[in-house]
Write a protein that binds this ligand. Structure first.
Ligand code: UDP
Length: 242
């Protein structure tokens, strides 16, 4: 059960912002996410952090196939910049819907974006209802899942709502390919790592080991699923705890 008094981080992958491989964004999806966030702010006075991925634009893992051999770090920086582009894009939609929102970026962009810190986050949550976190952790070799863990800790959030596309939680194998795939309603971070499941970056889970933060993995493709999850009306989901 999500306690409405507690702060949440929504982790959106870059691919959650589009429904085609040709366009980096879908206007309808961006509008829909904005409407759901707006509803939650109006109805629950929600303060929410959104950690956004970059996979709709660039991922470090593309480096090799593009001939960028031995350039993994640079490729990861490209990926982090992609998340910044997404953060700014989502912020434009939220602002156009009159939502008080700001982007904090793992690396400062002088004159454009400030860096997050515990103090900066609490300060910005007084003025804003949404903080969009761009730029991942600012460090290579991890994904924005780890950024979600880091920002959840810094913002003293209790939950990370981890949105997935067209899959309603964690399975032991891909349910689209294996009819006998087993669904997990609950898992500990350790169980997830020991089972070598891949849907979440293991470094993110290791970061959360010493905290009470829970991860709830859900499918964001159903109608109003972010709202339904927050209102504890979404049955299919996986809850991960320490
Ligand atoms: N990335 C990184 N460090 C971070 C976060 C992201 O190096 O802390 C890079 C990495 O190359 C990753 C890319 O940014 O592939 C995009 O992030 P991610 O894959 O998490 O995006 P998503 O799959 O959620 O869209």
């Amino acid at each position: 059960m999500i306690n409405k008094k507690e702060r949440v981080i929504l982790k959106l992958s870059g691919e959650a912002l589009t429904n085609s491989s040709e366009n980096i964004y879908s206007i309808d999806i961006l509008k829909n996410i904005t409407e759901q966030i707006s509803y939650l702010i109006k109805n629950y006075q929600l303060k929410i952090g959104i950690v956004i991925g970059g996979g709709n634009i660039f991922r470090g893992s593309l480096a090799k196939s593009l001939g960028m051999i031995k350039n993994e770090e640079s490729a990861d920086h490209m990926g982090m910049l992609a998340t910044t582009i997404n953060a700014i894009a989502l912020n434009i939609y939220l602002k156009n819907a009159k939502i008080k929102s700001i982007v904090l970026n793992a690396r400062e962009i002088k004159g454009l974006l400030n860096q997050p810190s515990e103090e900066k986050i609490s300060e910005e949550f007084i003025k804003n209802d949404v903080i969009i976190f761009g730029g991942g952790t600012g460090k290579p070799y991890v994904s924005t899942d780890t950024a979600a863990a880091l920002r959840a800790i810094e913002s003293k959030s209790s939950y990370i709502l981890m949105a997935k596309n067209n899959i309603d939680g964690i399975y032991d194998k891909d349910p689209n390919h294996f009819t006998n795939a087993k669904f997990f309603k609950k898992l500990t971070f350790k169980e997830f790592i020991d089972l070598k499941l891949q849907a979440i970056d293991h470094q993110a889970l290791q970061k959360l080991e010493g905290t009470d933060i829970k991860i709830i993995v859900f499918n964001m493709n159903g109608k109003n699923n972010i709202i339904k999850l927050y209102e504890n009306k979404l049955k299919a989901k996986t809850i991960l705890t320490k």
